[in-house]
Write a protein that binds this ligand. Structure first.
Ligand code: SER
Length: 555
């Protein structure tokens, strides 16, 4: 089944069952607290939260869409089988104004089974289901479990999972959210059914929503791959001609270029242009990354293929200056890229000034320098870059605030938070797992922490939860983050942890967070732990024997 057929089949299935088909909203969300659209439900937040006037205009309580989404957090995963920056999400919604015939858990589960099994012919025996197992604030979802059982899913196919996996939302700090039930096929998560029963408040607590809603989302690219019996959407019609056009022998390189040019076309079509802040910076990052990977590739031709593939579904791709924007960025960056790379090759360590020079003189987004450094096995510190940036700009305080209002400031504020969260994480790992756990590597971007440490086994769900809870408790405790300068020997004898393989000067900074954490570190850090928000571990894997790698975010 090709992509057009699948998209149509989904929308038709729900249209025939009383749903209004709503066009995808822009990748620029109306709600300015969120940078880009990352889920199908975003355009429906007012209805899901109970704005009934808005609903009148819409004229239906049952909705379905194919939504354009963009997740910058996945940029450095792109190239594997399943990650994309831009992707589409298929979804259906029931807005629970109550007693108007809208459906809730039973309806959503029946529709999902109907579409997967009856319509697409997936083998029901192969479906695996997860449900929410409950948490201190929110009870186990017995109802969902009962409904799955009543609908022919056997008990051994239903797994209970915690907050981490089976509770969805909100997309912003507050808003509608709820327990979810996920459908897996061949071990891959395909459809997420969210039972929106709660509203998350500013203080992090939950209250019951006045209405119960259904919000579902299917990863379109994943379902398409599954139906075509391939491992990756890059092998489906969505990407086939794009990948052919790239003609790279290296699969990962082709995928990165294909993903980034597709993402860039859609961002530009929605009115984003490359810049050094916020949305524009994300666009610049993926474009410059595509330019770097695609030095001998005609990216304009690749973009033409993308536009051609999608223009019938998303006509905004045609009515735009996409090619000009890409061309211009290519001209700006292409000229300096080679010289920048030469400059980079000369360095065997990268100071903040070096990173700044690559940014200022050669147009390297900081993340590109970071990525090149990682390939070469050397470190580069984002805070050193930021300091160099401030120094070189010689801006007045006010000018500086203006300048940093968008991307770079957000980026560095966020990474400062992540630095502090990393200290809490290490202490929590030592407390929950083993006091001999130490840091084996760490990489922080504005979007996430990546942290390597010595440990032999996969962390259990229980351990993950205890680590998260411990970090979140320390955040809630609103502890002061202090530092003191002292000789290295004293820091060591005081029990400060640190990566001792590194060279420290004679006098080091030791950051303490209450009695919980004491680390040798250059900083900077936040002043109080309460600035961090909510800590969540998103992934774990083993990059090598005896080492675990965790990814975590603050939300
Ligand atoms: N909001 C949920 C998700 O993004 C279901 O649509 O997964």
């Amino acid at each position: 089944m090709n992509s057009k057929e699948l998209r149509n089949k989904f929308l038709k299935y729900f249209e025939e069952r009383g749903h209004k088909i709503v066009p995808s909203s822009s990748l620029i969300p109306k709600d300015s607290t969120v940078l880009l659209t990352t889920a199908g439900m975003q355009q429906f937040v007012p209805y899901l939260s109970g704005d009934h006037d808005a609903l009148k205009e819409l004229g239906s309580l049952h909705l379905a869409s194919a939504q354009k989404c963009f997740r910058a957090v996945d940029i450095d995963e792109v190239g594997d089988d399943t990650h994309h920056t831009f992707f589409e999400m298929l979804g259906n919604w029931s807005i629970g104004v109550n007693d108007k015939g809208e459906y809730f858990k039973e309806g959503a589960i029946k529709f999902a089974l109907g579409f997967f099994v009856d319509e697409l012919g997936l083998d029901k025996e192969e479906l695996h289901i997860t449900i929410f197992k409950g948490d201190k604030d929110i009870p186990k979802d017995e109802e969902a479990k009962r409904i799955w059982l009543e609908n022919g899913i056997s008990e051994d196919k239903i797994q209970e999972m915690g907050m981490e996996d089976n509770f969805w939302g909100p997309t912003a700090q507050t808003g509608p959210c709820g327990p979810s039930s996920e459908i897996y096929y061949n071990g891959v998560e395909i459809w997420n059914l969210v039972f929106m029963e709660y509203n998350k408040k500013v203080n992090g607590s939950f209250e019951k929503l006045a209405q119960t809603n259904i919000d579902t989302g299917i990863g379109f690219e994943r379902l398409l791959s599954l139906l075509n019996g391939v491992d990756s959407a890059y092998e489906t019609d969505l990407f086939k001609s794009v990948i052919e056009k790239i003609e790279s022998k290296d699969i990962k390189t082709s995928r990165i270029i294909a993903d980034h040019i597709r993402g860039a076309c859609f961002l530009i079509a929605d009115g984003i242009i490359p810049s050094n802040t916020e949305k524009g910076y994300i666009l610049r990052r993926i474009l410059r990354r595509a330019i770097r990977f695609g030095k001998s590739v005609d990216l304009i031709d690749v973009a033409k293929v993308v536009i051609n593939e999608y223009k019938d579904i998303y006509p905004e791709l045609e009515n735009n200056n996409i090619l000009d924007v890409i061309r211009e960025e290519q001209e700006k960056f292409g000229k300096t890229l080679e010289n920048g790379l030469k400059q980079f090759e000369k360095l065997d360590k990268i100071t903040g000034d070096d990173a700044f020079n690559l940014y200022q003189s050669y147009g390297f987004p900081f993340e590109l320098t970071q990525e090149l450094a990682e390939e070469k096995g050397i470190d580069v510190d984002e805070n050193a870059f930021k300091n160099a940036f401030e120094k070189h700009q010689e801006l007045s305080r006010k000018g500086m605030e203006q300048k940093f209002k968008g991307g770079l400031a957000d980026t560095s504020e966020q990474t400062t938070k992540y630095h502090t969260a990393t200290h809490l994480l290490l202490s929590a790992l030592r407390e929950v797992l083993d006091k001999d756990v130490s840091q084996k590597g760490s990489n922080i971007t504005a979007e996430r922490i990546r942290f390597d440490f010595n440990h032999d086994a996969k962390l259990t769900e229980e351990e993950v939860k205890r680590i998260e809870d411990l970090v979140n408790e320390r955040i809630k405790d609103d502890l002061e983050v202090k530092f003191e300068e002292m000789p290295l020997d004293q820091a060591r004898s005081d029990g400060a942890v640190g990566v001792f393989g590194e060279k420290y000067g004679d006098v080091v900074k030791v950051y303490t967070i209450n009695s919980f954490s004491k680390e040798i570190c250059g900083g900077p850090h936040v002043k109080r732990t309460s600035e961090l928000g909510h800590f969540k571990i998103t992934k774990q894997k083993s990059p090598g024997a005896g080492i675990r790698r965790i990814r975590a975010i603050l939300e």
